[in-house]
Every structure is written in structure tokens, then in C-alpha cells.
Design a protein around this ligand. Structure first.
Ligand SMILES: [Zn+2]
Length: 431
């Protein structure tokens, strides 16, 4: 069977007026929304009022995004603790419980209130940017049980995007391949690894993923998407795959467009990247914790710390969307180490190594000399090089590009870096 006629899946916007707002207008828009939700949450959410009271703040003290740093960050662990003390939602909910449609349970455990009408547009924006178009038949392979993501967020957002959902959930790969084939499914929602499972199953069943199946777009989340896996799957199916990032508590916090150059922040929320110790924004280009504020009136989380590490960029994207972007998710804050005031993460150490085929083993060592941090990237080579200085310079350039902090490369003899060595060995001693 031939593929359905090619349609353009790269141009256009889901909410053009929001997505293309000039920077200044966007700030005004968000500041106004912020003042509204602060007033509202102070009045309706016990937990938020307590948080403001604990630092002596009144709603009028929060006028703009800049003022947000006065409000303490709520971490996931705090939420678990507060929910235990004040079940079910720790007082973060801002509506009577009897008005809810569902209660979701995420690992933690963390309970999330599900509103009667799902109105958030973040994921729908993400799906449009990923190439989903009205009339697409989409398989949603995220779990429909317990957690809010598959049922509340993805299913409802597909509806907002005008797509028809096949709610297949997790597992049953053979059956899913059969459904994909018989319904001529053209969209996939799920994890990248499950899409790979489906591809392998289809091949095992004697199918050609390109010819026998009709997948054209995929929206993947909940897992890291290595570029090697993306290109392998895009090639296999002849499709476009875009990733998104978010949390069960807030929803979408970033989505890729056709340009694949970071994840646009949806327009109806505020995302900050902050120093997790001080709570102050680190500024564009520097790694820090992603902290989010939602305008959701059922569950108005304000300054929710995700524990994920990223870098924000405000450079313009050629797609025409003007929102800032999260460059990529670097990993968890608690695995990161601070070097000269910047976070470095094991994932970045791997990324540097991946750029140089000559590297066999590697480790970052952080030391302190005369009250200054020093970072050394130790490298064992697969075989000796004739131009060690040139290679060192090249790796040092990759370190600056990827880790945003200067480091020296040290070529060490084979066997120097022990098995199971930490990716980042922090050898600093503090008086
Ligand atoms: Zn873009």
C-alpha cells in the first residue's frame, strides 16, 4: 500500500499569537499571568500561603518574573513530605476535592489532582511542533494507569491537536504492530525505547517498517533520546521524531520543533534555570536546575524544583517560535558537581568523550589549588597518537563547548583509570 499523500508537517503553529510573541510582549504577558496566579494561589492554596508566610511575603511583593526568586523552591521531596502530613495533596490544591475528575498516583508516591476539564495546551503545542496534524491516527503507548501522563496529558492533548487516539498503553508489542498496520497509524506517542521494540518486533514478523507501516511522526518523552537512536528510528520508519520534556506535576516544560535545536518552553508557564543552592537564576548559557511555575488553577505549583539540570537559551529559533529553549536535559542535579560556579554532569563528560573516537577511557578529576577549582579530563587512548598536543587541544575545545567550563586534558597510560571509577572524581578538600 502506498503512503498517504505527503503533507507538510514542519510549518505553522498551534497557537500563533502566543508562539510568535515578541520578547517584550511575552514578558508582559507572563508577568500579568504571574500576578494573577500568585493572588489566586495565596487565597486558595493553603500550602502556597504557608510558603509565602514563612518568608514574610505578600502577593503584592511578586510583580514580575524577577521577583520570583524571593519565593522558596518546592522540591519533589518536600512535596512527598507535605502530602504525608496533609493528605492528599499537601494543601497545594486550590479547589475543593469533590470537584476533581481523577486522582493520579506518581512514583514517590506523589498524588496529583486531575481537573474535570483538561485545558493546558503545553503538550498539544509540543505535538503540533512534532508534526502531528488534525486527522492523524495516533497510537498512545504511554501507560494509562495511575500516572497522569498517558491518560490525562497525552490523550487529552492529542484531542486538542485534532488527532484520533488509539489508546494502546504499554506492552503487547505484537498486537501493537498489528494495530499499527491495520489502522494505518501515522503517529506514535511513547518512549523511544518502546518504539525501537516495536520496530524490532515488526521486522521479526517479516514486515518492512517503511513499506508495510505508515508511521510519519513520533512524539517521544519520559526518556533520554540519544541522537544515534533518533536517526536509526527515523531512517527505519522514514518518519520525523521529536522529543519533549516535562513533569507529572506541571506538564510540558519544553518541546522540540522541526529545527531540533533545543526544547521550546510552552507559553503558559514560567521556566527558570537556577542555582539550586541559592534559588537565583543563573542566566542563559549556564547550567542550573529547572524550576517551573504553572498557571493551573486546580494545582498551582509555584517554583517547583524538578531536580533536572539544563541550560536555557534565548537565541532566536529559525522556526519562528520566540520562546526561550532548554538546550537539553543534562541529568539530575544531585549527580552534578560544581566547578568554578558551574555545574558539570557525568552526561557531559560522556558527551565530550563521544566526540573523539581516539578515547578509550576517561574520567574528570576536580581538585583545588590556591582556592581555585581545577578540572582535569584524564584520557586513556585506544592507541598512541603521533600528535598528542593537537589531540589535547581538540578535546579541550570540546570540553569548553560541552561543559561550558575550561579543563585541562591529561593523557594517561592505559590502566590508569580503574574499573568502575566515578565519571567525576571530586578530590577537593575544604578547610
Ligand atoms: Zn523552533
Amino acid at each position: 500500500m502506498p503512503k498517504t499523500e505527503a503533507m507538510d508537517r514542519t510549518m505553522g503553529f498551534f497557537k500563533k499569537n502566543l508562539e510568535t510573541m515578541p520578547h517584550k510582549k511575552r514578558l508582559e504577558y507572563l508577568n500579568q499571568k504571574l500576578r494573577g496566579i500568585i493572588q489566586y494561589a495565596f487565597k486558595n492554596s493553603v500550602a502556597f500561603k504557608n510558603k509565602m508566610d514563612s518568608v514574610g511575603l505578600k502577593p503584592r511583593d511578586i510583580q514580575t518574573i524577577k521577583d520570583l526568586e524571593k519565593i522558596p523552591i518546592t522540591k519533589k521531596a518536600d512535596l512527598v513530605e507535605l502530602q504525608k502530613r496533609n493528605p492528599p495533596f499537601g494543601g497545594f490544591e486550590a479547589v475543593p476535592i469533590e470537584t476533581l475528575r481523577r486522582i493520579y498516583v506518581s512514583p514517590g508516591p506523589i498524588l496529583e489532582p486531575g481537573e474535570a476539564e483538561y485545558e493546558d495546551l503545553g503538550w498539544a503545542q509540543a505535538m503540533f511542533a512534532a508534526g502531528f496534524r488534525p486527522g492523524d491516527i495516533v497510537m498512545n503507548t504511554f501507560s494509562y494507569h495511575m500516572v497522569p501522563f498517558g491518560m490525562q496529558m497525552v490523550d487529552n492533548s492529542l484531542r486538542q491537536a485534532g488527532c484520533i487516539v488509539v489508546p494502546t498503553g504499554v506492552g503487547n508489542t505484537e498486537q501493537q504492530v498489528n494495530i499499527m498496520k491495520s489502522l494505518r497509524v501515522n503517529g506514535y506517542c511513547g518512549t523511544p525505547s518502546f518504539l525501537l521494540n516495536l520496530a524490532e518486533k515488526a521486522e521479526e514478523m517479516g514486515l518492512d517498517c517503511r513499506k508495510d507501516l505508515n508511521l510519519q511522526v513520533a512524539f517521544v518523552a519520559a526518556e533520554m533520546l540519544p541522537e544515534s537512536l533518533r536517526s536509526k528510528l527515523e531512517e527505519k520508519f522514514g518518519m520525523m521524531i521529536r522529543q519533549s520534556y516535562g513533569t507529572a506535576d506541571i506538564g510540558c516544560l519544553g518541546y522540540e520543533c522541526r529545527e531540533k535545536n533545543g526544547m521550546h518552553i510552552p507559553d503558559d508557564r514560567i521556566v527558570e534555570v537556577v542555582d539550586p543552592h541559592t534559588g537565583k537564576p543563573v542566566g542563559p548559557g549556564k547550567p542550573g536546575e529547572i524550576v517551573a511555575t504553572t498557571f493551573n488553577k486546580v494545582y498551582p505549583l509555584i517554583r517547583f524544583g524538578t531536580g533536572d539540570l539544563s541550560v536555557l537559551t534565548e537565541t532566536l529559533c529559525p522556526c519562528g517560535r520566540t520562546s526561550p529553549r532548554l538546550v537539553k536535559i543534562l541529568g539530575r542535579v544531585d549527580q552534578a558537581t560544581k566547578v568554578r560556579g558551574l555545574f558539570v554532569h557525568p552526561g557531559q563528560v560522556d558527551e565530550v568523550a563521544a566526540k573523539h573516537r581516539e578515547i578509550a577511557r576517561y574520567q574528570v578529576v576536580v581538585t583545588r589549588k590556591e582556592h581555585k577549582d581545577e578540572m582535569t579530563y584524564r584520557v586513556e587512548l585506544k592507541e598512541e597518537t603521533l600528535q598528542p598536543e593537537k589531540l589535547k587541544e581538540e578535546i579541550e575545545k570540546s570540553i569548553r563547548d560541552v561543559m561550558k567550563v575550561r579543563g585541562d586534558v591529561q593523557l594517561v597510560p592505559k590502566g590508569t583509570i580503574p574499573d568502575g571509577a566515578k565519571k567525576i572524581a571530586d578530590q577537593r578538600t575544604w578547610e
